[in-house]
Design a protein around this ligand. Structure first.
Ligand code: ZN
Length: 245
């Protein structure tokens, strides 16, 4: 099965549309690792697009905040402002759908799907090899797919060497997971990349061949920025999209 793996769309419809165009024909189904909303100007359209794709989804921390399942005081002021704006601009029906998404990891074959980490599904940021190392004990499948950091990443565990290796793949490079190896894979963020590359990020996964490819695609950042400005979202959130942070 060829899977399109999306994460951290953050209500950025222009980015999501470009990703879907770019990936057209390259996948059979869609997995989404959470944070469909928050930060961006088009929560309803992004939720509708993901629902239309029949994507398998887990919930993210921003989705949770919009659902009022956590205190927004845990967020920085701009993120909090965007969460409150989103609550006022999302349909009841889409909110109910977001509320139906699981907050625990999902398993499909040899793959575990979660937003942050298998150890702390909604909250933990898997930014360092040491965090990945600890998390390999918290799932039993060969691979775990995570989002949340907004940075594409690849953590590998060789059965003959207990130390995790963290690699950076270039866009378009394809990883073939070797026999017996396990991996934690992060596709990066569709709607708010944070690795100094403003292009939208997504991944293609082949669940039989165990191949993984992160792709980057340019999208009209200025369209999303104009939509954010028109609805009065914070300037810092608007500016950061231009430099991918
Ligand atoms: Zn996020």
């Amino acid at each position: 099965m060829r899977v399109l793996v999306l994460s951290d769309i953050h209500a950025n419809l222009a980015a999501l549309e470009r990703v879907l165009e770019d990936a057209a024909g390259a996948y059979d189904l869609v997995w989404c690792l959470g944070d469909i909303v928050g930060y961006g100007p088009e929560p309803d359209a992004c939720v509708a697009a993901i629902r239309a794709l029949n994507a398998l989804c887990v919930v993210g921390n921003h989705d949770w905040a919009v659902l009022q399942r956590m205190d927004v005081d845990d967020f920085n002021p701009e993120a909090r402002n965007a969460v409150i704006w989103t609550r006022d601009h999302i349909s009841r029906d889409n909110l109910v759908w977001l509320g139906s998404l699981p907050d625990q990891p999902l398993t499909r074959g040899e793959f575990t799907l979660t937003h942050g980490s298998p150890r702390d599904p909604v909250w933990e940021y898997m930014l360092y090899p040491s965090t990945a190392q600890a998390n390999f004990q918290h799932f039993t499948t060969r691979c775990c797919l995570v989002g949340h950091t907004h940075v594409p990443a690849l953590h590998l565990l060789n059965p003959e060497n207990p130390k995790v290796r963290t690699l950076a793949l270039l866009p378009g490079q394809v990883l073939s997971l070797q026999n017996g190896w396990r991996a934690i894979l992060n596709p990066g963020s569709v709607g708010q990349p944070r690795d100094n590359d403003p292009r939208a990020a997504y991944a293609l996964l082949d669940t039989e061949k165990f191949t993984w490819e992160v792709r980057r695609v340019t999208y009209p950042v200025e369209v999303t920025q104009a939509r954010m400005r028109a609805v009065g979202l914070p300037e810092r959130l608007i500016n950061r999209l231009a430099y991918g942070w």
